[in-house]
Design a protein around this ligand. Structure first.
Ligand SMILES: C[S@@+](CC[C@H](N)C(=O)[O-])C[C@H]1O[C@@H](n2cnc3c(N)ncnc32)[C@H](O)[C@@H]1O
Length: 330
């Protein structure tokens, strides 16, 4: 479920006005240039400030977010037509191949459980070309930012065009392990309407973030400082290793037909000579045939093993499988 601050139409409509200073995005825009990225995936794009900023510069951008109200704001922005907007989670963008994936404004902290975080990293990995980068920020837990999230310290009243005075603040309601829960009500003075919102963010250590990236097949090139918030954030620059032989095995284990179609790299399986039991039963069953397969055979095998795939995926899987087989050591 998405938080009201992002998914309530009236609150999403004033999101940009309540947080107008987006100089935090400058460092990300600079990295698009630094890494020569031409295609960018913006995970948790929200109201689309960064995605449209890049589109103006001629960058191909896919912006994904589960908050429909934020996406509606994004779609109404100038240059929005040049962006591909996806209403959903990162899963919904595959198959895709981009040079850079980003999560700006601490989106990385919304993925609470280890499983959800690992999964989004695996999807980002699958969406990147070999050598492509994932860049995101996450607040340093040692700085205990939440201790300053009090009503007194954060309350503001902003005069928003067409809305009049809008008031909001952030107030922590619970801190448990590395999870911080806070409420952030928004009040519209014009008619007195107050919209409640509750959010929980996870604060992961630098070591934990590094380990999770490595487990997903990334190489951590650097952990930078956010220039506008020195010392407060980790800005991770992670790279999909161009020669990551484990990528194909990870995808096969996940039985994710779309990701497999997007990312299966034929030499990967051969290069590692991975044991057969590392593969999913579907691929194992196809290997039993010991010969190139047709899309119909792929579909029949996957259906028999209760993993039905679409016609398009069956074609892609047959292609990928046959490419692997052609290079399989005798
Ligand atoms: C703090 S906002 C940041 C928005 C935007 N990146 C920016 O810089 O303004 C966090 C965003 O993460 C989105 N989000 C929440 N859960 C998500 C998920 N599972 N996948 C992708 N985005 C998600 C929210 O809807 C929200 O738009």
């Amino acid at each position: 479920m998405t938080d009201a601050i992002f998914d309530h139409p009236r609150v999403a409509a004033v999101y940009d006005a309540l947080d107008p200073d987006r100089s935090d995005l400058d460092a990300y825009a600079a990295m698009v240039t630094e890494f020569g990225a031409r295609r960018v995936l913006d995970i948790g794009c929200g109201t689309g400030t960064f995605a449209t900023m890049l589109a103006v510069r001629g960058i191909e951008v896919v912006g994904v977010d589960p908050a429909g109200a934020s996406l509606a704001v994004a779609r109404a922005k100038p240059s929005a037509d040049a962006v591909t907007w996806v209403h959903g989670t990162a899963d919904d963008v595959l198959p895709l191949q981009v040079d850079l994936a980003v999560m700006t404004a601490n989106v990385a902290q919304v993925f609470l459980g280890r499983g959800r975080w690992s999964h989004v990293l695996e999807v980002a990995h699958a969406a990147l070309v070999p050598g492509g980068r994932l860049v995101f920020e996450s607040r340093d837990p040692e700085r205990r930012a939440w201790e300053r999230w009090t009503k007194d310290a954060t309350r503001q009243i902003v005069d928003v065009p067409h809305e009049g005075l809008v008031e909001d603040w952030v107030e922590v309601t619970d801190v448990r392990d590395n999870l911080v829960t806070f409420s952030s009500p928004t009040t519209f003075h014009r008619d007195g309407v107050r919209i409640e919102s509750t959010s929980t963010l996870v604060f992961r250590s630098r070591a934990e973030l590094t380990a999770s990236l490595e487990a997903a097949g990334f190489v951590v090139d650097e952990v930078r400082d956010a220039p506008d918030r020195p010392g407060a954030e980790f800005v991770f620059v992670a790279r999909k290793d161009a020669a990551d032989p484990d990528a194909a095995v990870r995808l096969l284990r996940r039985r994710d037909a779309a990701a497999l179609f997007a990312d299966l790299d034929p030499w990967g399986l051969v290069a590692i000579g991975a044991p057969r039991d590392e593969y999913t039963p579907e691929v194992d069953a196809l290997l039993e045939l010991g010969r190139p397969v047709t899309p119909d055979e792929v579909q029949a095998t996957f259906t028999r093993l209760a993993q039905p795939v679409s016609d398009v995926d069956a074609f892609g899987l047959a292609d990928a499988f046959n490419a692997v087989l052609a290079r399989w050591p005798a």
